[in-house]
Design a protein around this ligand. Structure first.
Ligand SMILES: NC(=O)C1=CN([C@@H]2O[C@H](COP(=O)(O)OP(=O)(O)OC[C@H]3O[C@@H](n4cnc5c(N)ncnc54)[C@H](O)[C@@H]3O)[C@@H](O)[C@H]2O)C=CC1
Ligand SMILES: O=C([O-])CC(=O)C(=O)O
Length: 359
């Protein structure tokens, strides 16, 4: 009886294998260890389920999730783990709950540094620097000790750019190129607004650049953006008049710069699901690679040779990525208006850096 059941089960599995050859592919890759800090918080709650569904690393990459939060959040973390278990996600090989950085960061491949205080109404993100900067100092030190030396780090907690810099300066044994800051949410916001304005699907709008800081001084730049697959004759002429200088300068740029504050005013909490979605986009493109012709924005360490931006700042640039490396796209022509905007946001990052770590 037992034997015949087993024989049937084996036959059935063999059939599944024939119909879904991708099943074999799945087991080829080793699981990635991915730590989400602030795993019991709002962004964490969306982000973990997106990762579990394959949104970050694709449909074949298994993950071991490290959920890190403060000791006071131990019970809540267990609840998140229970829900992840209940999702029965085939890509989730294991889930580790941690309330100390050693267990959270041990041997990890990817660190998503979300855990930090969010701002409230009337605050700027840099007002969080004193409290959150300390978190990123400690976490940089802990990454240096416990994570793989190849770990890829994304700072999400605000002020994200300067926090990424603080973490990197406190992790001298990990290459500085492995530390990045999230400005993809700003890029997504900007591309969505352009798509709505001209009436095309959002995937037809590409290569809007976010320069500088994830703050109200950021410069969302459409000078090099593209719109493809025009839906109707006369589209180009219409789009040119719709996206006029006045609208771009007086409505579009301030609206992208202040979108985070607008969400806080409406929701009473800062953006969470859209932030998690942008985290997936950022890591996906960095680790898997950007599509040919596609440029994305990431806060990365400036080298002093790109667009006149001072070296040693975590500045958002247009980049292309290939299997875990990024490269600043050089050679865009910068007009005087853009230059001024890029310098305003650079100045703010210099000030934040000197507040956080001195000169
Ligand atoms: N860069 C970006 O585009 C965006 C950044 N953010 C920022 O992300 C951060 C998190 O936002 P939410 O999830 O909404 O906040 P939240 O308050 O809902 O969750 C934060 C979580 O972090 C935990 N935490 C605090 N200190 C920690 C530490 N040292 N180690 C581990 N966990 C720690 C808290 O216990 C809490 O569970 C905020 O700083 C927010 O401003 C939010 C949206 C977009
Ligand atoms: O605005 C905030 O404080 C949260 C955030 O970074 C965003 O939504 O872009």
């Amino acid at each position: 009886m037992d034997n015949s059941f087993n024989a049937k089960a084996v036959r059935r599995l063999a059939t599944i294998g024939r119909h879904f050859p991708t099943l074999e592919k799945k087991s080829e890759k080793e699981a990635l260890r991915v730590c989400v800090t602030g795993a019991a918080g709002s962004i964490g709650y969306s982000l973990l389920f997106m990762i579990a569904q394959g949104r970050m690393f694709g449909p074949y990459q298994k993950v071991i999730l490290h959920l890190l939060d403060l000791p006071t959040m131990k019970k809540a973390l267990e609840g998140v783990k229970m829900e992840l278990d209940d999702g029965a996600f085939p890509l989730v090989k294991d889930i580790i709950c941690a309330t100390c950085p050693e267990a959270g960061f041990k041997n990890i491949d990817v660190a998503l540094l979300v855990g930090a205080k969010p701002r409230g109404p009337g605050m700027e993100r840099k007002d969080l620097l004193r409290d959150n900067g300390n978190i990123f100092k400690e976490q940089g030190e802990a990454l240096d000790k416990y994570a793989k030396k190849t770990v890829k780090v994304l700072a999400v907690g605000n002020p994200a750019n300067t926090n990424a810099l603080i973490a990197s300066l406190n992790a001298p044994s990990i290459p500085r190129e492995n530390f990045t800051a999230l400005t993809r949410l700003d890029q997504n916001r900007a591309e969505a607004q352009i798509a709505h304005k001209v009436g095309v699907p959002v995937e037809n709008v590409n290569n809007v650049i976010i320069w500088g800081n994830h703050s109200a001084t950021q410069y969302p730049d459409v000078t090099h953006a593209t719109i493809t697959d025009y839906p109707a004759e006369g589209f180009v002429e219409n789009a040119k008049s719709t996206l006029c200088d006045k609208w771009l300068k007086e409505t579009f740029i301030p609206s992208v710069q202040k979108r985070g504050a607008a969400i806080i005013a409406a929701r009473k909490f800062s953006s969470a699901a859209s932030a998690a979605n942008a985290v997936c986009d950022h890591i996906h493109d960095w680790l898997v690679g950007t599509k040919p012709g596609k440029v994305v924005s990431m806060g990365v360490i400036s080298d002093g040779n790109s667009y006149g931006i001072r070296s040693g700042l975590m500045y958002s640039f247009p980049v292309t990525c290939h299997k875990g490396t990024w490269k600043i796209v050089d050679g865009y022509k910068i007009d005087d208006y853009s230059k001024e905007k890029m310098q305003i946001t650079e100045k703010e990052l210099i000030e934040e850096k000197s507040q956080a770590v001195g000169k």
